[in-house]
Design a protein. Structure first.
Length: 82
């Protein structure tokens, strides 16, 4: 598991949102560039709500479409193991 995505995957699975997160990520894969720019604008507010470690993981997940695909794979693997 990629270390920079671990806090995000654990938080999603702990809250029981693995399936909705996978669905949303699959839908938004073509829009990763737009989402990355929107996240850059809202990063200070996101850090207040989710904390700095999860905010950094979200930023890493949106770095490229390959990273988003890696997050989807990690969520599917964690869902299968529970």
């Amino acid at each position: 598991m990629r270390a920079d995505l671990r806090p995000l995957v654990e938080a999603i699975v702990r809250r029981g949102f693995a399936e909705p997160a996978i669905f949303m990520l699959e839908m938004c894969k073509p829009l990763v560039g737009c989402l990355r720019e929107a996240y850059a604008l809202s990063e200070p507010m996101v850090q207040i709500f989710v904390g700095p470690s999860l905010a950094a993981s979200m930023k890493a997940a949106l770095a490229s479409s390959d990273d988003t695909e890696c997050l989807i794979s990690l969520l599917e693997a964690s869902r299968a193991s529970t």
